[in-house]
Design a protein around this ligand. Structure first.
Ligand SMILES: O=C(O)CCC(=O)C(=O)O
Ligand SMILES: [Fe+2]
Length: 225
């Protein structure tokens, strides 16, 4: 289902840090089906200083879970205990199972590693579903230091520029220091290599209550002592 060629032809940008806008990773047909069956069950509101959104189950390939449990960072141990982290895809539609299995493949990981120049071999990957509603946002941050790379996939077929909800690549920690705003449209995905200056945010949402910003966050983490 994944068009790995689109990863191979994506060029990592060096300004304001290492990131990339990737086009057409999914065909328009696949992306329509994925939007139509984007999961809605078991989403929990997650809020804190400067952020708020709903997030669903966290999916990890079965070979990564034993590694996660060895990591110093104990978030995966907690999530596993809460039943929020799983390798079981049976709650998902057929197209979603196909997509997640594609993202769990070695081919995808290798393509992303080659494109980004980052070593992802010893990383663990987790995949999280996100839904942002009106009033939600994610203020400027660089991501946690044990994160190596994030790949954000979007699933809105339509989105108005007036609704907020853009992923904003920032030049620094100021929310106005816009380098580029990316609408959460389903033909685009964004790769961010985590660094001490990988500032980004999700602009505050002002969409109609019937709309949600649908995103999938694929993230690679390393163990830090
Ligand atoms: O949903 C997005 O576009 C960005 C989310 C994000 O920055 C994060 O989860 O760390
Ligand atoms: Fe982030």
């Amino acid at each position: 289902m994944l068009n790995l060629q689109s990863i191979h032809t994506t060029v990592m940008q060096k300004v304001p840090y290492n990131w990339a806008l990737m086009k057409n990773l999914l065909s328009p047909e696949a992306s329509l089906e994925l939007t139509a069956s984007f999961p809605h069950q078991e989403f929990q509101l997650s809020t804190g200083e400067g952020y708020g959104y709903y997030w669903g189950k966290i999916l990890a390939p079965s070979q990564d879970i034993p590694l996660m449990l060895k990591f110093k960072d104990d978030r995966w141990r907690q999530r596993l205990a809460q039943g929020r982290l799983t390798s079981d895809l049976k709650h998902l539609s057929y197209v979603w199972r196909q997509l997640i299995e594609g993202l769990w493949s070695d081919d995808y990981r290798i393509a992303l590693a080659e494109m980004s120049g980052l070593d992802l071999k010893n990383c663990v990957m987790d995949i999280g579903f996100r839904q942002y509603k009106s009033g939600h946002q994610h203020s400027p941050h660089t991501d946690e230091p044990n994160k190596v790379l994030t790949h954000l996939l979007f699933f809105n077929q339509q989105w108005s520029g007036d609704w907020g909800g853009c992923l904003r690549i920032l030049k620094d920690e100021q929310p106005e220091s816009t380098f580029q705003d990316i609408l959460p449209l389903s033909h685009s995905s964004v790769v961010i290599a985590r660094s001490d200056n990988s500032w980004h945010m999700v602009t505050p949402l002002t969409c109609p209550p019937s709309e949600s910003r649908l995103a999938l966050r694929v993230a690679f983490f390393r163990n830090v002592e």
